[in-house]
Design a protein around this ligand. Structure first.
Ligand code: A3D
Length: 320
């Protein structure tokens, strides 16, 4: 039977997600948005490309939550993106309100779906989504680590002149300026990043510049675009998660997942490597970190905790 993916939010990422999913024939697509006509217009436009691209996924646009019933996967991008000079955290108040409505729509219409959240500030919004919707924590996950890792890999491949598919990496922690690229879990053509620094294939200073550029990767694009934030790479990252679930690929992917004691953290969503298969988040992998990475991870977790405290102050319902 054909799978169904609903996309809540038909903006830049939502539209790109719909197109990518259709091109891959991963599932039929329902594109939902509150903005009158936006989802219908984009769905029709993408559907009309099937005559050229040859895909046979169906795609409809709607502003009626009932249309998302029985979705296998739901991907949320509803919300407001950053403008130049804004941090992701500046979006908290407005996107919390939006995510509360979205949580209600999902809980009422499709409570058994695997839900991927992309709306920023990611870690806190995905945590709020779980609290509002009460869906199981293994069925709610946030997209950030795949994008951050992909940015890191891209910058490394450019610097080291190594094809990107010969680089494996993991960027952990919260999706913000405190994210943690890992040295021993970044393997370039068979060698760890730590080894490459030791062998002087890349200087520590150059690596610092790349890490800083990765942390600020989203802001660099916001500065160019001026009216919105990145959407091609975020959409591609969301599709990888949906595909691993739908096809039961059991890929290990860095995602914002609910921690229940792993990494000594309880009751918080943070970016860690997880296995995604037909049961959702099937496993949280506890990888070994060196002392510096442990410290940076701690700082990143604190930043997420502090922002969640701010969210609690905005909406006391989050304390329940
Ligand atoms: P944009 O193109 O503005 O699309 C957002 C859409 O959400 C708009 O079409 C709105 O009409 C719609 N919307 C607003 N309120 C609601 C609602 N209550 N219900 C349904 N839809 C609604 O933004 P975008 O697609 O560029 O970005 C979407 C979100 O993703 C933003 O919060 C970004 O900050 C975030 N984002 C996250 C990452 C991560 O890596 C986590 C990367 C890039 C963007």
């Amino acid at each position: 039977m054909k799978k169904k993916i609903s996309l809540i939010g038909a903006g830049q990422i939502g539209g790109t997600l719909a197109h990518l999913i259709a091109l891959k024939e991963l599932a039929d697509v329902v594109l939902f948005d509150v903005a009158e006509g936006l989802a219908k217009g984009k769905a029709l436009d993408i559907a009309q490309s099937s005559g050229v691209s040859g895909f046979n996924s169906s795609i409809i646009g709607t502003n009626n939550y009932e249309d998302i019933k029985n979705s296998d996967v739901i991907i949320i991008t509803a919300g407001v993106p950053r403008k130049p000079g804004m941090s992701r955290d500046d979006l908290l108040g407005i996107n919390l309100k939006i995510i509360k409505q979205v949580a209600e729509g999902i809980k009422t219409n499709s409570p058994n779906s695997f839900v991927i959240c992309i709306t920023n500030p990611l870690d806190v919004i995905v945590m709020a989504l779980q609290k509002y919707s009460k869906l199981s924590t293994s069925n709610i996950v946030g997209m950030a680590g795949i994008l951050d890792t992909s940015r890191f890999k891209y910058f490394l491949s450019q610097e080291l002149k190594v094809p990107i598919n010969k680089i494996n990496s993991l960027v952990l922690g919260g999706h913000g300026d405190t994210m943690v690229p890992t040295f021993n879990h970044t393997i370039v053509d068979g060698k760890s990043l730590s080894q490459l620094v030791k062998d002087k294939k890349i200087s520590a200073e150059k690596l610092d510049t790349i890490i800083d550029r990765t942390r600020k990767g989203g802001a660099e694009i916001v500065k160019f675009l001026k009216t919105g934030s990145a959407f091609y790479a975020p959409a591609a990252s969301g599709v990888e998660m949906a595909e691993s679930y739908i096809k039961n690929l059991k890929k290990t992917l860095p995602c914002a997942a609910y921690l229940n004691g792993e990494y000594n953290i309880k009751g918080l969503y943070v970016g860690v490597p997880v296995v995604i298969g037909k049961n959702g988040v099937e496993k949280v992998l506890e990888i070994e970190l060196n002392e510096e990475e442990k410290n940076n991870f701690k700082i990143s977790v604190q930043a997420v905790e502090e922002l969640f405290e701010s969210a609690r102050k905005i909406d006391p319902d989050l304390s329940n």
